[in-house]
Write a protein that binds this ligand. Structure first.
Ligand code: FAD
Length: 327
């Protein structure tokens, strides 16, 4: 047996990593929406996130606007995009092409998803990729072909994880088996579906770690300030919002009060996830910055900040102290 390396004998050599911060955006659906999105992007960029994710319509319908937004993020901002991609709505050949295009414009992060099945229950065309796991394998294959071009770094592949049972899954235990299978196929990290109860992220983490999932699982947190959005999201994802939160939002006398209640509830969710060991926070922004930034201010995450020259500066002590007091 070889003697332990210097690294093994000093387990704390690497130190603790800062808490990661990321935002989700979706491609704009009109010129007016694009204009307000770019205001939001500028506001979010000022907070130096580690990456921003860009959603992809499962039908492939917004392929052009998604790729255009990603291109502009790469060329015109300091932000690193994480491109969502879905099996549904694209043939394997089309997916291989899109992955190649993304890598060529400089994208180094892809969130591999199956996508939601069309509501009409239509059967996917013969030869379609069936599960996110298949897409991970395809990304890794395209990456391998381009390994000489990628000497600037490997592609980070993310996947979805579910604090509450995926609507098509027989059980939460099955969801964990699927997550483990995605890890074995080459997933580097996972981002969770929205959740509305403080204990749900910790539960997921415990079940995943017990089953052998070792990749970072980043909680996806949504600013809970709009009843309409909560209801719509619940219809889309099958995740039930907490009834008491809906009641409190409904009883609020003004938009300002609703915002205060919603931001407070979101901060509680995020703090519970951080206390459970979350390595970062992914904020679902719905292309609006106000509530997301209010949540961020209240969280006071201990994060390095980049200066105008790209140098990393550590957060001032009071922000760290605020986070420690909050936990
Ligand atoms: P999979 O992991 O493939 O799972 C899909 C279903 O198949 C599950 O029920 C699972 O249990 C089952 N399953 C998986 N593998 C196997 C297997 N080997 N054997 C048997 N059963 C299996 N949708 C979009 O259209 N665009 C987006 O941009 C988008 N972004 C998202 C971002 C995040 C962070 C999350 C959490 C979801 C996002 N979604 C998006 C929604 C996602 O596409 C849906 O939740 C979809 O229904 C499942 O996707 P998945 O990648 O988890 O699929």
């Amino acid at each position: 047996m070889s003697p332990p390396s210097h690294i093994e004998t000093h387990p704390n050599l690497a130190g603790a990593a800062p808490v990661a911060l990321s935002y989700e955006l979706f491609p704009p659906r009109s010129p007016a929406a694009a204009e307000s999105l770019w205001t939001t992007i500028a506001e979010l960029e000022a907070t130096s996130p580690d990456y921003v994710s860009v959603t992809y319509g499962a039908s492939g319908s917004n392929r052009d606007t998604a790729v255009e937004l990603i291109n502009r993020l790469v060329q015109e901002t300091t932000l690193r995009p994480l491109a969502h991609l879905t099996c549904v709505g694209n043939s394997p050949q089309e997916l291989a092409e899109i992955i190649g295009e993304l890598l060529d414009v400089g994208v180094r992060g892809i969130l591999a998803l199956r996508g939601d099945q069309p509501k009409d229950g239509g059967v996917p065309p013969e030869g379609s990729l069936r599960y996110a796991q298949d897409l991970i394998e395809l990304i890794r294959r395209v990456e391998q072909r381009r390994s000489a071009l990628l000497c600037a770094g490997k592609v980070a592949v993310g996947v979805a994880a579910y604090p509450t049972r995926h609507p098509e899954s027989p059980s939460e235990a099955h969801d964990i088996e699927v997550l483990l299978a995605k890890q074995r196929s080459g997933a580097d990290f996972a981002i969770t579906q929205v959740f509305f109860h403080t204990e749900q992220y910790a539960d997921l983490l415990t079940r995943a770690r017990r089953a052998g999932v070792t990749i970072p699982i980043i909680p996806g947190v949504m600013p809970l300030t709009s009843i309409r959005r909560l209801t719509r999201l619940s219809e889309l994802t099958g995740v039930e919002p907490a009834p008491e939160l809906i009641e409190r939002l409904a009883a609020a006398g003004s938009d300002a009060e609703r915002a205060r209640i919603g931001v407070g509830a979101t901060v509680d969710l995020a703090n519970a996830a951080l206390d459970a060991g979350a390595p970062g926070i992914h904020l679902y922004t719905f292309n609006e910055h106000t509530a997301a930034l209010d949540v961020l201010d209240r969280l006071a995450l201990p994060r390095p900040r980049r200066t105008a020259h790209g140098a990393v500066r550590h957060s001032p002590e009071p922000r760290i102290a605020a986070r420690q007091l909050a936990s």
